[in-house]
Design a protein around this ligand. Structure first.
Ligand code: AP5
Length: 211
């Protein structure tokens, strides 16, 4: 069987990063995440691209989308090196979805379904371990080791104000992409409000069914 080629979708905080860690380990495929790639290149000079701001970080800190030209190039390069992948954070608007169609074929689009109230709680309580990149939550998934707890950091765009803007941008730009994949018959919905392990059971079964 060829390695799976997947997109994972869901609102900010739906649990995409949490599930991708399990998917990549279980299926041995690459995790291509535009969010992480852009966070590593927040200060990149994009002023020659005729964009509103000069760096990706200026868009991200306000919860706005980074220009397509920047993101498309990141994904194109990552896909050219991948043997099986789960694409996380892309496509986020219809132009990106069309661009992706010219780059590769997809076996499945997974959609993690979570209510808006729960999303805000998850994002404002999310913490990251800068040494291991492990994702935690102050209530749902606190670290057991006090040394790890002491070094946790909050993402700069996880403040309540920026979270609300990210959700607005998501509704406006990304929901049409979800409808598009539903019309194409590629989308499978998973209830993302269960525990992370229960979500994983459903995610794993859905990927295996699509293979
Ligand atoms: P990105 O990094 O892609 O962020 P996002 O889509 O907003 O998603 P998150 O990473 O915030 O959430 P997640 O679904 O991965 O949730 P997680 O697993 O961490 O994008 C950031 C920015 O980059 C964008 O705003 C934009 O500026 C730019 N960007 C990125 N891609 C772009 C693109 N294609 N085009 C243009 N711009 C782009 O979980 C969240 C929390 O909940 C954690 O604390 C976790 O522990 C907890 N949790 C997870 N699952 C559960 C569960 N089942 N039950 C209880 N708690 C849970």
């Amino acid at each position: 069987m060829a390695q799976p080629q997947l997109v994972i979708m869901g609102a900010p905080g739906a649990g995409k990063g949490t599930q991708c860690a399990k998917i990549t380990e279980a299926f041995g495929i690459d995790h291509i995440t535009t969010g992480d790639a852009l966070r590593s290149n927040k200060e990149m000079d994009i002023s020659d691209m005729d964009t509103e701001y000069d760096t990706p970080g200026e868009y991200m800190d306000q919860g706005e989308l980074v220009p397509d030209e920047v993101v498309n190039a990141i994904v194109d390069e990552a896909l050219s090196q991948a043997d099986g992948f789960v694409l996380d954070g892309y496509p986020r608007n219809m132009d990106q979805a069309e661009e992706l169609e010219g780059m590769t074929d997809l076996d499945l689009v997974l959609y993690l379904d979570v209510s808006e109230e729960e999303l805000v709680h998850r994002l404002t309580g999310r913490r990251l371990d800068p040494e291991t990149d492990e994702i935690y939550h102050v209530d749902y998934n606190p670290p057991e080791d006090p040394e790890v707890e002491d070094r946790l950091v909050q993402r700069e765009d996880d403040t309540e104000e920026t979270v609300k803007e990210r959700l607005r941008v998501y509704r406006e730009n990304t929901e049409p992409v979800i409808e598009h994949y539903e019309d194409e018959g590629l989308l499978e919905r998973v209830n993302g409000e269960q525990s992370p392990d229960e979500v994983w059971e459903d995610v794993k079964a859905t990927i295996e069914d699509a293979a």
